[in-house]
Design a protein around this ligand. Sequence first.
Ligand SMILES: Cc1ncc(COP(=O)(O)O)c(C=O)c1O
Length: 462
Amino acid sequence: MQLHWKPELPRKGGPLYLSLVRKLEEDIAQGRLAVGTRMPTQRELADELKVAIGTVTKAFTEAERRGLIYGDGRRGTFVGEIPKPRAILASMNRTLPIGIDLSKNHPAHAFDPDLAGALRQIIRSPRIQSFLQYPPASGMPEHLQAGATWLSTVGMRVDPENLHITAGAQHALNVIIATETTPGDIIAAEEYTYPGVKAIADMLGLELVGAPMDADGIIPEELESLCRSRNIRLLYLNPSLQNPTNIIMPTSRREKIVELAERYNFTVVEDEILAPLMAPPPSYISQLVPERAYFVISSSKSVAAGLRLGFVVAPSAKRQKLGETLQASCLSIPPLMAEIFARWMDDGTVAKVIARRREELAASNKLAQEILSDFKVRIHQSGYHLWLELPEGWGSMAFATESQRRGVAVSPAEIFAVGRRAPVNGIRLSVGAVSDRLLLKSGLEILVGILKGNSRQEKVTV
Ligand SMILES: Cc1ncc(COP(=O)(O)O)c(C=O)c1O
């Protein structure tokens, strides 16, 4: 089907070709331009809009770079498909062949604890054979105790019997969301969210809607109007050092979310994966409404990414059902991982590795703050990532493509955006994964070079 498309273009405010790209982005996001529709030719569009053909050519080139349209030889140019959430998640886990990777929120491997030492101790344990049996579905009592002790260090007091062990936070979110919903339900999240949740919603056949945010996180009035118009079953939130925007939601906002959860009868899933790296908030949402909120934490960011251990605090009325879903997902978690964690809790390794990660993150974030001082960034000393608002004239996909070309991988806003609204021009820079500060410095300087239009910056190969 050939399209008749005549967008209204502002005659002021930035280059005309970018206005055209933005219109295209908006119309695709809002469903006015369906995937697969054939675009008018560049000449037809230029005539229709009464603009120079060069403007349309530039706009098409930019739109193609952003993945909004694609050319198919002589058949023409077509409206592109927004990437599927599960494909996004998979692509984020690919290893870059060369260059500096600021696209992944992985903990720096260089500061991981001593695994060989822990394994040597476990070998000598008289309990070693017990790790080869099926543990209870929620975890072995001594491992749950270690989890409860760890949670108390982040200000979350919990009885070990009220905990469930999972294979990391992604698994925890999967099990919680599956417990709370049935296919076709509507769930909400921050309008820019952790892509793992988009993938879960996609997998479970749920509709995920984005709640608009400001500098303090979800805007309560916006969430309320969403609740009035849609039947929201569950709200997923990442209130501290939010992925990707790095926002820390103030207590007053958390309290408003609680009020809304009670008024509109939705469940809250509070993902506090980075809580061990920062000072605890005065109260968690799960402490304010324990009967309708789940608390999730995991060892993957603060201890080690391969130690796949999540802890869930569930509302008391939901514990049994959560346990059943957990069993349906994997019967129980192999206890060896939890044993390593419990020993590291006991001998102070967890505390030491977290202190080291905090120190390193503070130094990396300070460096980033200095290098990016001319730009709008949201940086926190404990953040794994920072959020950079691109200056006018840059689209986040175009920027990500260009920085990748120069050897630095970053994550554009599109990866995190919920729904089909045109995303803001922001990028997430993961500073926490790069332990070599010189490498981090050169990566950030290359980005600054791009932002300042400095074409002398060379592509790095490391
Ligand atoms: C906000 C957030 N929640 C959950 C996860 C998944 O954590 P895990 O590795 O423990 O499964 C991530 C991973 O990046 C994350 O950023």
